[in-house]
Design a protein around this ligand. Structure first.
Ligand code: KG4
Ligand code: ZN
Length: 332
């Protein structure tokens, strides 16, 4: 692994987190995240225009804080990395404009990074085992990826409808637990019985794909049929169990099919304690190496973008000032 040795300033603004990080020799020196969760809470989801405006307000203070936390000066930075795809165009554009201005002013290379490659690298670089299977679970994505090597990815399973994070968020909303829902479900589930309610697992049979839309409908029906006598803790625990068990089962199937000796778990939903525990246990039983990053590198953050940049810049790659924000883009 030939990583860029000099300081990289990384920026992430693809959705509702404004983040900046400093990475040196593949190590995270600082990672500052300003979340807009409170702002979007009243609408129960991310409002793109509001997100873009909030990024404009947060971006410079967040960059300054990331530099200070890394005990670095802007002039120490020898490259600027930024998420340029996929994501909300208005939100991405804020980070890209800042990155372009800084790379131009400093006279250092600029590099655009795919958001999912960032999530993959949040675990892959530290683990250092290739090939491996990566389970990406976030508010927008649920993907099983065969990571042949850094930069060589093959999608081997994906969701056919909602993402796992969406299932947590929508379930939490139906249960009156607020937004974002993943953490709220996790906390409510602590005192609940995961076998309290029977909820669907989506697709049946031998597949590495996922389907979570039926789960959302089932939770809606449950709230209607149970009314005020519903056990919120029981419903949260049953919902979490449905998601965790299906993710674990499919990830194990993917490893088995590919004969993979290692698995990584990344993305916002990777912050879920039950999922981390269940996958660790399943891997341990099969002799599979399991790696998941600390929570701060699971939900959206700039450190993962800087980690992906450190191997791409290390290979001599960079982008021009015409770097664009792309709402949709396949993994590189
Ligand atoms: O990766 P991320 O920050 O943003 C996207 O790229 O989508 O993921 C956000 C998702 C949300 O759906 C949120 O509810 C979920 O991650 N999440 C969790 C937990 N913490 C965040 N889901 C389950 N358990 C958690 N502890
Ligand atoms: Zn993400």
């Amino acid at each position: 692994m030939n990583l860029f040795q000099e300081p990289i300033l990384a920026i992430e603004s693809s959705c509702d987190e404004t983040s900046a990080a400093v990475i040196i020799e593949g190590f995270v020196r600082s990672n500052i995240i300003s979340s807009q969760a409170e702002l979007h809470q009243k609408w129960g989801g991310v409002v793109p225009e509001a997100a873009a405006r909030a990024h404009v307000e947060a971006i410079l203070p967040v960059i300054e804080e990331a530099l200070a936390a890394a005990k670095s000066k802007l002039s120490d930075m020898k490259a600027v990395a930024v998420t340029n795809r996929p994501g909300l165009v208005g939100a991405l554009s804020v980070g890209i404009s800042a990155a372009k201005a800084l790379s131009f002013a400093l006279g250092v290379p600029l590099i655009g990074i795919h958001h999912l490659e960032g999530h993959i690298c949040s675990a892959a670089i530290e683990m250092g085992v290739f090939p491996h299977v990566c389970l990406i679970v976030s508010g927008g994505h649920t993907e099983l990826v065969h990571v042949h090597d850094l930069g060589r990815y093959e999608i081997i399973g994906h969701t056919r409808d909602d993402a796992a994070g969406e299932a947590f968020d929508k379930g939490a909303r139906l249960l009156g637990l607020g937004y974002p829902g993943g953490f709220a479900i996790q906390e409510a589930a602590r005192t609940g019985n995961p076998a309290r309610y029977s909820l669907p697992r989506g697709l049946s049979g031998d597949t590495t794909d996922f389907s979570f839309s039926g789960l959302k409908t089932a939770v809606l029906r449950l709230t209607q049929s149970e009314g005020v006598k519903i056990s919120v803790a029981g419903a949260a625990a049953s919902l979490q169990e449905a998601i965790v068990s299906v993710l674990t089962e499919r990830a194990m199937l993917a490893c088995e099919r590919l004969g993979s000796e290692a698995l990584t778990l990344v993305g916002g939903v990777a912050a879920n304690e039950a999922l981390r525990g269940r996958l660790a246990q399943a891997c341990d039983k099969r002799g599979i190496t399991f790696h998941t990053p600390p929570i701060a590198l699971c939900t959206d953050n700039a450190a993962m973008i800087g980690l992906a940049a450190s191997f791409r810049l290390g290979r001599g790659e960079s982008d021009d000032v015409d770097l664009e924000a792309l709402p949709n883009a396949p993994l590189p």
